[in-house]
Design a protein around this ligand. Structure first.
Ligand code: GLY
Length: 368
């Protein structure tokens, strides 16, 4: 039997970290909010949870760095409002294995210092006195003190507890509209009427029926991850360790997340021997002791990537529609700032200067 239409101030499509954070913040401002989630965990369920705008900072990504820094500075207060979100203050060691990687790190360090970021350059002996499990062969390390980490699964569980509005399981197929004004969402078995709709559906955005001129183009980028456990408890490493194309994020209980591949393979989420091999090979050259750990889980997820690698946050071409998608490698990091910008957009406010590069309207008329 078709579900009857119901009416809300805001319908949020997607119940991952970003969707729930937007819903939570909107309800705190007094809105009647419904979150509709497909029931299939999104990229948050695979993400390692590095809160690392500085060590992720790369050449040509200054707008992303600004957004990341804005979000990072809000994270402590954001988590203080949540019950057990899995936040930990751990820095990042970015490690070079050979001369080429060391030269690249020195170039990155120069950029980071030019931007006023706090980064220490450590000789191998200094790095190994911080993290004795590092291989004696490493060439150089950068210590990024301001980075932190969070367990995204705990974060989503905490947001589900904190959000007191409606949470529904269902597959949203598109939008209901009157001309260019959004009036709600369509589901496989009914509709939900809402004054405004927030799309925070990650890569599933690509499957929604939205008019061409108003779409945000998002494509999946596969990432494979291993979840590891030290039977001897915590202590192998106490910081996030990053190498070229690989990272190891410690949890407080002796568990680790080892990630992540970057693969353009459409909607495929099958873990592969090659992907797992590359991650283990690359990280074991930096932290040989990971080969003693137990494997708890091998999992792959899909990052929602836009053509310019920047997210789409704020109002789009359709009236009543607010985007919170395309966060690519940075969904967990950008959760607090996205929620703040989305509730401001719902209230009719424009994006602040540091976030204008994320304006969804830059994609008007662009095909996925
Ligand atoms: N943020 C790290 C990744 O996407 O693998």
């Amino acid at each position: 039997m078709p579900v009857q239409s119901e009416s809300f101030d805001v319908a949020v499509v997607g119940g991952g970290a970003i969707g729930l954070a937007c819903a939570w913040r909107a309800s705190q401002r007094g809105a009647r909010v419904v979150v509709i989630d497909s029931g299939e965990p999104g990229a948050w369920n695979v993400a390692a949870g590095m809160l690392a705008p500085v060590s992720e900072a790369d050449f040509g990504e200054r707008e992303l760095l600004q957004l990341g820094l804005q979000s990072s500075m809000r994270y402590g207060a954001f988590c203080a409002e949540l019950d057990d979100p899995g936040y930990s203050s751990i820095s990042t060691l970015v490690v070079a294995r050979d001369r080429d990687e060391a030269e690249e790190l020195d170039r990155l360090l120069a950029l980071q210092r030019e931007l006023g970021l706090l980064v220490d350059r450590l000789r191998p002996s200094q790095a190994r006195s911080c993290e004795p499990a590092l291989a004696p062969t490493i060439r150089l390390a950068l210590n990024v003190i301001s980075d932190n980490a969070i367990d995204p699964r705990k974060l989503v569980a905490a947001l589900r507890r904190a959000f007191t509005g409606e949470q529904r399981t269902g597959r949203v197929t598109g939008l209901t509209r009157q001309g260019d004004r959004v009036t709600g969402v369509t589901l496989e078995d009914g509709t939900i009427v809402a004054d405004q709709v927030v799309i925070a559906a990650g890569v599933d955005v690509a499957c929604l029926d939205i008019p061409e001129h108003a779409r945000v183009p998002v494509r999946p980028v596969k990432g494979q991850v291993l979840r590891l456990r030290d039977p001897n408890g915590p202590g192998l490493v106490s910081r996030t360790i990053r190498g070229h194309g690989v990272y190891l994020v410690p949890r407080v209980d002796g568990r680790y997340v080892l990630g992540a591949t970057m693969e353009e393979r459409g909607w495929d989420t099958t873990p592969t021997v090659g992907g797992v091999y590359e991650l283990l090979r690359d990280m074991s050259e930096i932290v040989p002791g990971i080969l003693e750990l137990e494997i708890e889980e091998i999992i792959a997820g899909l990052r929602p990537a836009t053509p310019d690698n920047l997210p789409a946050i704020g109002r789009g071409a359709l009236e009543g529609l607010v985007w919170a998608t395309g966060h690519y490698r940075n969904g967990i990091l950008l959760t607090p700032i996205t929620a703040e910008l989305v509730v401001d957009a719902l209230a009719g406010e424009s994006l602040p200067t540091y976030a204008v590069a994320a304006d969804p309207r830059r994609f008007e008329g662009v095909l996925a």
